[in-house]
Ligand binder design. Structure first.
Ligand code: CLR
Length: 384
């Protein structure tokens, strides 16, 4: 029944949260929600989901042909989905409301070298607060594979579900190990539907489609369906790699939370996402600087974890007031906030070039981007 998974004393709060969803205009990140649905993790940590299979990321450059590399890009991409979209349900019982990052918030991590695959590094910076935008950069130098992207969300409420349209895109750059020339892959982002709101146990289903467009001309399109479509199973997808003239070269299908196959549903295994994920390695909070996510939110996170919501609320208010004061000071001093690791560009040339190659020209011809400043790779934390 309604609100079945909501703690008794928070039922009224949940009902009024659902009411306020109906009034929301595109951004629910700053809405107040009842404690049971709060996550102690900031959105700046989410880009780490791109690399919980660091072997698959590193392997991309080992593909011997353009098509083999595209298939490896697709395999790695599908492997990121269960981490991106089901981790909170697995770890906390349902989807939760992440902490809304402050402007300038940072998150650093690594996936250590193992079996000679090379170390993979992650750098994340919150580059906008209103609306929230997170920029990220992931690189395995040894493998010659890097990913740059940014992420925002536009949300709307249907009455029973939250629809999330992701804004932003990612560009993967690959230096093939066989010496062939560098390739770029534009990755557009799927749409989300958050179901189970009425019951108080939200979970994500992916809908519609997204694409991976390579500079080689190859395209991978991925179509998503939930229960009752392709196979009757939830979290299902079908994908096809096509050449520049739109001819399908290979198809894939299955579940992005489990097994998928090459060709038909009985074909050879393409990917089994039940294999172990490698969580990102992060410095202990005591070694972090003030702007690093886990240090910044340490008291809020502790309050949420231990059920001490007064404590959490107090420190959240302190952080928000400090931010408000900073914005006031900037206006007074006629200065603007400067990003540490990224440069904003109004039109991303990689995006412009690659989106023009896409068969469905639904994507806008131009998008902005946050370009990683390579000289800041070794810079950790900010001083002000
Ligand atoms: C952020 C970018 C990641 C993928 C991803 C996964 C889950 C999404 C998150 C993104 C954005 C924020 C999000 C979240 C699920 C729930 C949360 C939409 C797209 C909203 C803000 C909170 C909803 C509150 C209900 C749970 C009540 O690569």
């Amino acid at each position: 029944s309604k609100g079945a998974d909501v703690p008794q004393e928070q039922k009224a709060g949940w009902a009024s949260f659902i009411k306020s969803l109906a009034q929301m205009t595109g951004d629910l990140s700053s809405m107040t929600a009842p404690p049971f649905i709060l996550s102690p993790t900031s959105l700046t940590e989410f880009p780490a989901y791109w690399c919980e299979h660091p072997n698959l990321f590193a392997e991309i450059s080992e593909g011997k042909t353009e098509q083999e590399r595209m298939e490896k890009v697709l395999r790695w991409f599908i492997s990121t989905l269960s981490a991106q979209y089901t981790t909170r349900n697995e770890k906390m019982g349902s989807e939760k409301k992440p902490l809304n990052p402050v402007l300038g918030e940072l998150f650093y991590g690594i996936w250590p070298d193992s079996n000679g695959r090379g170390e993979t590094r992650l750098i994340v910076e919150q580059v906008s607060h209103h609306p929230p935008i997170t920029a990220y950069y992931i690189e395995n130098k040894k493998a010659g594979v890097k990913l740059q992207g940014h992420s925002g969300q536009k949300t709307s409420f249907t009455g029973t579900a939250i629809n999330v349209k992701q804004s932003g895109h990612a560009v993967l750059t690959v230096q093939p190990k066989n010496g062939q020339k560098e390739e770029k892959y534009l990755i557009t982002l799927p749409k989300l539907r958050i179901e189970g709101i009425i019951w108080g146990s939200p979970y994500i289903e992916l809908t519609d489609t997204n694409a991976i467009q390579s500079s080689t001309g190859l395209t991978a399109q991925i179509d998503y369906k939930g229960k009752g479509y392709f196979s009757g199973k939830s979290h299902s997808f079908k994908s096809s790699i096509a050449n520049a003239s739109g001819k399908s070269l290979q198809t894939y299908e299955g579940q992005w939370t489990g097994k998928s196959h090459i060709g038909g549903s009985k074909g050879p295994i393409f990917l089994d996402t039940n294999t172990a994920k490698e969580e990102v390695t992060v410095k202990d909070v005591t070694e972090q600087t003030e702007w690093e996510s886990r240090k910044l939110w340490v008291n809020v996170a502790k309050g949420i974890r231990t059920g001490n919501y007064d404590e959490a609320g107090k420190d959240k208010t302190r952080i928000e007031n400090e931010q408000r004061q900073r914005r006031k000071d900037e206006t007074a001093n006629n200065t603007t906030w400067e990003h540490l690791h990224f440069t904003h560009v109004d039109s991303d040339s990689d995006y412009q070039f690659l989106s023009a190659l896409l068969h469905d020209k639904l994507t806008p011809p131009h998008e902005d981007a946050y370009v990683f400043k390579p000289e800041t790779m070794e810079v950790v934390g900010r001083s002000n």
